[in-house]
Design a protein around this ligand. Structure first.
Ligand code: SAH
Length: 467
């Protein structure tokens, strides 16, 4: 099983720093299914190629844990099959083990290069493929060449027969190496659609971690989640629910087995609608979306002409770029575009530009701050900017027991998640310190014993206090 990654970003040998594998040497690692070798067939300043070669030990495969989706029914089939040759989830697991820090986008020696999109070419000479690799890789910015490899006659019932094709796949594009590796880590097993290991609940976390920044907006995210999680429907639903809150409301939900009945609005959609309703009820016309992320709420606000001035802020320029694109700010009529502004701003610092607005929203934002930094946000929003209404939403940690397969928090970037009493205590403290009143409610499914999935607080200033 073989995979190569080539870059022409000079000096191309810096690829070795990103992967933490010196280009002059061959590196070998013991992995659960055999031995993984990393070597560089070419390494010059202009062009550098790294190869990941997985030497599968069929005995280890056939022996150990029972294969979950193996079609091999005859004894020899355990040993004579395509597993050693065709790229699949085995190669993806080896990739994750051997290039762990590169997958995370970390690089001690070349941190800025790790964060920079560079020209890449990825070649997988034999990939067992069920479905269309173009549809999976193209939306991520890759140019895809997939050549079907003709096979000699394969007897019916042999593992090499069936609805899969063998494809020689080449991907070219300018991407961060970490993104490229994460795309492969998730999509190789998705294309193979036969995981070699038992899918445990922590696979959901792995999928969300690797899918961060691209999976939520992928047009085939349902198919990806379903196949990656070995068709466990409850896992898939849990994963889709937890996908980045700023994007998960969107995307094409049509997949291999899309439900025929109209689907229920997702939690993200219900939350956005609840926040929009609270803003409308407040009578606000100049509003702030603080920590606006990819602009899910802004997209709703811009459609409603009662809002004459809409400002989205975020500390992340990547999020603001995403919002800019999503709202088509470059090509909406200027009357519309003129109502919306995006500012980069950190909520833990006072920002005079945020003063004098009617209302502000902190939708799924507070839990992204370290608890020790939360008082700084409180002072800058409730003390300094001081809008007449502040709408805050945050997960209800008590509800997490109802998400099958969820072991920790809902999102890898969450620093804390509060239960009902912690959230109530926090709102009380804001009211006492900054003179607001608060009304608490839930959004999403309600459970008798643990409450709703999302907690919402609507803070209002007594009229005389408004400026
Ligand atoms: N409100 C959006 C995004 C929620 S994700 C939605 O519900 O769809 C949380 C967002 O908060 C991220 O975009 C993150 O960049 C932003 N954020 C985290 N810490 C921040 C800080 N200190 N100042 C401003 N924004 C912050």
């Amino acid at each position: 099983m073989l995979l190569t990654v080539t870059t022409t970003h000079r000096p191309a040998t810096d690829l070795g720093y990103l992967l933490v594998k010196h280009p002059d040497r061959t590196h070998s690692f013991d992995v659960p299914t055999g031995t993984a070798h990393v070597l560089y067939p070419e390494a010059t300043e202009d062009r550098c190629t790294v190869a990941l070669l997985l030497d599968v030990d069929p005995q280890r495969l056939g022996g150990g844990r029972k294969q979950q989706a193996s079609p091999d029914s005859f004894t020899l089939g355990q040993f004579v099959n395509d597993r050693p040759y065709a790229a699949s989830s085995l190669l993806a697991s080896a990739l994750a083990k051997v290039f762990r820090s590169a997958l995370r986008g970390e690089s001690k020696d070349r941190p800025s290069l790790a964060a920079t999109p560079i020209p890449l070419e990825i070649h997988v000479p034999v990939l067992r493929c069920k479905g269309d690799p173009v549809a999976l890789f193209e939306p991520l910015g890759w140019t895809v060449t997939a050549r079907v490899i003709p096979l000699d006659d394969v007897p019916e019932g042999h593992p090499l027969a069936g609805d899969s094709a063998y494809v020689d796949l080449t991907l070219t594009g300018t991407l961060r190496l970490a993104d490229a590796l994460n795309h492969l880590y998730v999509l190789l097993p998705v294309l193979d659609d036969a995981k070699h290991y038992w899918v445990a609940p922590d696979e959901i976390d792995k999928l969300l971690r690797s899918g961060e920044g691209w999976l939520a907006s992928h047009p085939s995210k349902e198919l990806i989640a379903r196949r990656y999680l070995a068709h466990r429907r409850s896992y898939m639903l849990s994963a889709l629910e937890r996908l980045s809150p700023d994007l998960s409301a969107d995307g094409d939900l049509s997949g291999e087995s899309a439900p025929a009945a109209p689907r229920d609005p997702s939690l993200a959609e219900q939350r956005r609608d609840a926040v929009l309703a609270a803003l409308a009820a407040s009578g606000a016309s100049r509003v702030l979306d603080l920590g606006c992320g990819g602009g899910a709420l802004l997209a709703g606000l811009i459609k409603d002409m009662r809002y004459t001035e809409i400002v989205g802020t975020d500390v992340s320029s990547k999020a603001l770029d995403l919002a800019h694109k999503r709202l088509h700010l470059d090509n909406v009529p200027s009357r519309q575009a003129g109502r919306v502004t995006l500012w980069q701003s950190a909520l833990t610092y006072r920002d005079d530009r945020l003063k004098g607005f009617d209302a502000a929203v902190l939708m799924e934002v507070i839990e992204h701050l370290d608890l020790s930094r939360l008082p700084a946000l409180e002072a800058s929003v409730f003390g300094h900017a001081r809008p007449g209404t502040v709408v805050v939403t945050t997960p209800n940690a008590e509800y997490n027991v109802l998400y099958e397969g969820l072991s920790g928090m809902r999102h890898s970037d969450h620093r804390f998640e509060w239960g009902r009493s912690s959230f109530a205590a926090w709102t009380d403290r804001i009211c006492t310190t900054y003179g607001y009143n608060a009304a608490l409610s839930f959004v999403g499914n309600m459970d008798k014993s643990v409450g709703g999935s999302t907690q919402m607080a609507i803070f209002t200033l007594p009229r005389k206090d408004e400026s």
